[in-house]
Design a protein around this ligand. Structure first.
Ligand code: ATP
Length: 240
């Protein structure tokens, strides 16, 4: 019998008014995996993550976390069940300090010692944030804000971390850094669903991947097979 998925989407349909943005998305993430969802502009990557997080509700289809449906729940209950979301465009609270942003990430928890331990853990992952603990988040560089968005999502101690374009707008050296941290977070036990336009980097850290085009999954395979796939190489890896 097949192992129960950590996260499973089945035939998800999402509309924005009359726009049919997701046209029957099915995908699964096993416990311990990094799975990447790659695709071009407007393919439906962000919409998929927002639907998993409960920010948008699907018109049709089911989403299960450890076998239990979450697709009807409001966002705060989805967080409570164990989904952490580091959204695109960072969306940290710019006028609050790094520390306050991190504390907000843990707002559903009341285990003070656990929160303190997790704050130390994210500072180990992101030493820059510790150096800037009292700085207003909005005054930090793009890369630091991106790190803060991921760190804040980790403060909820999620079972599954959703990452939306963590490499967006970052200098190449920071892209390398962010991806190596993503790998480390996964090795410490967090299951990850990673949305990226940077297919090259995403496939280099992921175990498996899906390619999404205009709201549909068009390819699903191991990361290695996708790296070698002609269509992926032409469309997403910038090869002729
Ligand atoms: P990008 O990386 O450019 O954000 P994406 O793959 O994340 O692309 P989505 O943002 O999920 O794509 O968008 C999927 C489709 O839904 C697109 O056609 C987009 O124009 C449309 N869409 C997204 N958000 C809205 C919205 N709030 N209202 C109407 N249409 C939307």
């Amino acid at each position: 019998e097949k192992q129960e998925s950590m996260l499973e989407l089945e035939d998800i349909h999402v509309y924005y008014g009359n726009i049919h943005a997701l046209k029957g998305i099915s995908l699964h993430v096993q416990r311990g995996e990094i799975v990447t969802l790659i695709g071009g502009n407007g393919a439906g990557k962000t919409t998929t993550l927002r639907t998993i997080s409960g920010l948008i509700h699907p018109r049709m289809g089911t989403i299960k976390l450890e076998g239990k449906r979450i697709d009807m729940l409001p966002p705060h209950e989805v967080v409570a069940r164990g989904i952490g979301h580091a959204p695109e465009g960072r969306r940290i609270f710019p006028r609050m300090s790094v520390k306050e942003n991190l504390e907000l990430g843990a707002y559903l928890r009341n285990d003070k010692d656990g929160i303190r331990a997790d704050m130390e853990r994210v500072f180990t992952l992101f030493p820059r944030l510790k150096e800037r603990i009292n700085q207003k988040a909005g005054t930090m560089s793009g890369g630091e804000q991106q790190m803060l968005a991921i760190a804040r999502a980790l403060m909820a101690r999620p079972k599954v971390l959703l990452l939306d374009e963590p490499s967006m707008g970052l200098a190449p050296i920071l892209v390398e850094q962010i991806f190596s941290i993503i790998k480390e977070i996964n090795e410490q036990g967090t299951t990850i669903l990673l949305v990226e336009q940077n297919a090259l980097m995403a496939l280099s850290v992921a175990h498996r991947g899906y390619v999404i085009e205009t709201g549909k999954i068009v390819l699903a395979d191991s990361a290695k097979a996708l790296q070698e796939n002609d269509m992926v190489r032409k469309s997403y890896l910038g090869e002729e």
